[in-house]
Design a protein around this ligand. Structure first.
Ligand code: A3P
Length: 282
């Protein structure tokens, strides 16, 4: 069962408002053309890798605060914003985000060598998290089973395309634009949140005390965000689905032995030579 999503350059995209209204090509072109500011910071992730989490941490660092924000990351998600001119009113530094792959980022963002924050997660956990999201999100409207979703992943038909292509493109961009992209791992954020937040603060060139870092870690813990962060999916559809479990290794509760073997074969074939780490055993 495939989600009937609009397709462009071999990639299926979610049927969000700009894409429904203008078509994928024009919607992506408009994102490419936005007027970037030199201080813009872009969170770039394949879906379900921890975007909301790193967005919240980054927002606290750049705004020098330790409370959860009342706005949600969807308000600055480039491909979803119906009228991109709303971005002009945002104060600098603007914190923007997108799941579109590197080649679709705003041209000026790259020309200006603006900062990019990239979070990567064990793709098996991404796949499970994506399955639950797809079942609940009206713009994805997925009604199939876990087995159906697994096949969709294996055939590169998930919204935003293949995880491998996304991450390989980002890895190449790290080589092409040294120092522009900060990559962190969901799993390392879980194990050493303060260490990773400090590393992110260093990348952003924001001096921070240990106490501030500890406060940010506590406020952005899964439990606190699940309980206290405004979840736009709850507002829109009545049931929130962004803060689901927030754990490492939930794939082990879902993958069959056969699915796991097929996934491993594909991973080895498609991702060999990558310097990105994998956290399958955890
Ligand atoms: P699960 O579905 O495995 O629970 P994104 O923000 O990219 O959509 O990613 C969502 C995933 O990140 C969900 O994973 C969600 O629970 C997890 N997540 C969100 N906030 C988190 C936090 N503060 N700590 C740990 N995981 C978090």
């Amino acid at each position: 069962k495939q989600i009937p999503l609009p397709e462009f350059e071999g990639v299926r995209f979610p049927a969000v408002i700009p894409i429904r209204k203008k078509g994928v090509e024009k919607a992506l072109q408009d994102v490419r053309e936005i007027q970037s500011r030199e201080s813009d910071i872009m969170i770039c992730t394949y879906p379900k890798s921890g975007t909301h989490w790193v967005n919240e941490v980054t927002n606290m660092l750049i705004r020098n605060k330790t409370e959860l924000d009342t706005v949600t990351k969807v308000s600055t998600m480039l491909e979803v914003i119906p009228d991109l001119s709303v971005l002009d009113a945002l104060p600098s530094p603007r914190l923007l985000n997108t799941h579109c792959s590197f080649k679709y980022l705003p041209k000026k963002h790259i020309e200006n060598r603006c900062k990019i924050i990239h979070i990567i997660r064990n793709p098996k956990d991404v796949c499970i998290s994506f399955y639950y999201h797809a079942k609940s999100d009206p713009v994805l409207d997925f009604t199939g089973s876990w087995d159906d979703f697994f096949e969709m992943w294996m055939s590169d038909k998930c919204p935003y395309g293949s995880w491998y292509n996304y991450e390989k493109e980002m890895e190449q961009a790290e080589k092409d634009f040294p120092g522009m992209i900060f990559t962190c791992y969901f799993e390392e954020m879980k194990k050493d949140d303060t260490g990773e937040i400090q590393r992110l603060a260093n990348f952003l060139e924001i001096p921070c005390t240990e106490k501030t870092i500890a406060n940010i870690a506590e406020t952005t813990s899964f439990n606190n965000m699940q309980q206290n962060k405004l979840d736009i999916t709850k507002v829109v559809s009545g049931k929130g689905f962004i803060y689901r479990k927030g754990e490492i290794g939930d794939w082990k509760n879902h993958f069959t032995v056969a699915q796991n073997e097929r996934f491993d074969v594909q991973y080895t074939e498609r991702f060999k030579g990558s310097s990105y780490k994998s956290f399958f055993e955890q």
